[in-house]
Design a protein. Sequence first.
Length: 200
Amino acid sequence: MNRGVHILGMVFLTIALLIPSNGCGVNNSSSIKKLECHSSNLVHQDIPGTPNIRLRASRCDDYTFKSKQVAVVLHMFVSEYSRVFGVSELVLWDYLSGLEIEVSAIPKVVSSAFDVKGNPVRDVPVSGLAISPKKIWVEIKTSQIWSSSLVHELVHTIIWNKNAGIHADPDHEGDQFSGWSSKHTQFIRDLNRTLLDKEI
Ligand SMILES: [Zn+2]
């Protein structure tokens, strides 16, 4: 969530959005869709095969993820988190149940946040936010989900629900809040690498 990562993300987005979505020799594994206000029945989408998890675009003239691709990511997240951290999949699905995932290609700026090492940062563009135990916001950076903060925000969601809604460990590996360890940071890196390999 630091400025360097954000700017890199914007470069990716610009390149990804300039590539036409059809034609020879282009990437056909896009995980995003462009919405138009006059025909935006995809602003709200249910994620299939999940406990009432929903996807919502911030605007009717924005981009959104494909719900089936998000479903794949959620199932991989639950399976891998269960394996790595020894938590049952049923418990993890309970934490995630009813989650609203708001997405937008337009970044947000927040007045204060923490970087992954727990250092406070001010007026920083963020690529994702954990807003409440049942709501996250994720910036769409490229045509694939691995480059977004979705997995990172899902880790915040697990921590926030696990500690009964007290906090989502906003300072990550910092020591003001508990829950997030370097193992969580590595987990996010590994899962996003797997998603990259699968072109999701
Ligand atoms: Zn975070």
